[in-house]
Design a protein around this ligand. Structure first.
Ligand code: ZN
Length: 411
């Protein structure tokens, strides 16, 4: 995605603020001898920032605006070590609400809707983000927070909630409860705005069908405001994101070079107008792609594809980046296969080899099926794997997360 003149001048303002605040990134820039940029090439020379940089700044090392302007902090739920603290100015809070309002509007939500918010309130950015955006829109908020399914359903019926904001797993749980209790005719939901967990099509269809609602994927992360920096529209051709607030690049996570639009890689985000804690070239480790061209909805905002996983899942085979989710997608196209598979990568006679084990029952021709799968995988990733079809039950299963990728090259 080409960076615009306006975006370059906005990045320069962010750079100035970071240098004067003597933040970790300001120091990185000083070390690199950079005080401003003029072109796309200059921008691509800027150092990346990483979650670790942010952790090391704990507690308030990221604060880039004067303390009297900081009105709130949020924190990311770090599973290991120190959390990340993001300070917000009043303008940051307002900008975030404007972006979130835009998300609701993109999903067709209006000020006549009643929005039931089930993500958590508190240090993290979920609940309050959904709320501020809804208030900005002028809709009626029902601020439930998570859990208490009994009360959740009671309010949903009594308040005639029309929009459900939740994670995909909680939406599914509510859908199942509604079915179990036979109260579907008392539910008035029309749309679901679902936080950006990675979720499969099957789950999506189930929630949508059980609740009888349209679903919208919302994207965001605490380090960059929170949820609300992008959402899909009714055409469902990717998530529109707000390029007047953020600049998104997709990079190859190995070479760290930007990849062309349409190619899969890691999402890297630069804030353009943030005051409390601006971030330049922040590596999200989320995998997706920029979707080229225009959306049928006519929106001028660019689009980001569905999040396909994390960079840690990526494999480099024969010089090609391969993601397990790509293989999974191909396998799902074959109804005769079970959901189990295993990928083994080895290095033989100076060449990388990829073997994919899949399962089926005895009623199909194994050889024919393996050829069909290999051909489909090749069209997806660019080279032909060795596909071995085995009887159902042969591949290992475990109660915890099954290890599906085994890389034997570096043993
Ligand atoms: Zn659109």
């Amino acid at each position: 995605m080409q960076i615009s003149e306006l975006q370059i001048s906005q990045v320069n303002s962010q750079i100035q603020a970071l240098i004067s605040a003597e933040s970790f990134y300001g120091k990185k820039l000083e070390e690199a001898g950079i005080t401003s940029i003029a072109t796309q090439e200059d921008f691509e020379q800027l150092p990346f920032s990483e979650k670790n940089d942010l952790r090391e700044a704990y507690p308030l090392g990221l604060m880039t605006a004067p303390e009297e302007n900081i009105v709130r902090i949020h924190s990311s739920s770090g599973t290991t070590g120190l959390p990340v603290i993001i300070p917000y100015t009043a303008k940051d809070v307002d900008d975030w609400a404007i972006m979130f309002k835009r998300c609701y509007e993109t999903a067709g939500v209006t000020n006549m809707d009643r929005i039931q918010i089930t993500p958590g309130y508190g240090l993290w950015t979920a609940g309050i983000g959904f709320q501020n955006g809804a208030e900005k829109l002028g809709a009626m908020v029902i601020p439930m927070g998570p859990g208490n399914t009994e009360k959740q359903l009671q309010m949903m019926m009594d308040m005639k909630s029309t929009v459900l904001c939740s994670t995909s797993s909680y939406a599914l749980l509510l859908a199942e409860e509604i079915e179990k209790r036979g109260i579907k005719d008392k539910i008035h939901l029309k749309k679901g705005v679902i936080g950006s967990e990675r979720w499969g099509d099957k789950m999506r269809q189930r929630i949508s069908k059980e609740l009888g609602i349209e679903l919208y994927d919302i994207y965001g992360l605490t380090e960059i405001y929170g949820p609300g920096i992008g959402i899909n529209c009714q055409y469902d051709t990717g998530m529109h994101y707000w390029d007047d607030y953020i600049y998104i690049e997709i990079i190859d996570p190995v070479t760290l070079k930007p990849v062309p639009d349409g190619e899969m890689g890691e999402i890297v985000i630069t804030t353009l107008v943030k005051e409390g804690a601006p971030l330049i070239r922040y590596r999200t480790h989320d995998l997706s792609k920029i979707i080229p061209g225009e959306c049928p909805c006519g929106s001028k905002y660019p689009r980001l594809g569905t999040i396909m996983g994390r960079t840690d899942d990526m494999m480099k085979i024969k010089g090609v980046n391969v993601f397990p989710s790509q293989i999974e997608e191909v396998l799902r196209e074959f109804p005769e296969l079970s959901s189990e598979y295993q990928i083994r990568i080895s290095h033989l006679d100076g060449k990388d080899t990829m073997r994919i084990y899949v399962e089926t029952n005895g009623s199909v021709d194994f050889v024919e099926l393996s050829e069909k799968v290999a051909e489909k995988v090749k069209s997806r990733i660019g080279f032909t794997p060795l596909v071995k079809v085995v009887e159902i039950g042969v591949l290992p299963r475990s109660e915890k997360k099954t290890k599906r990728v085994i890389d034997e090259r570096y043993n």
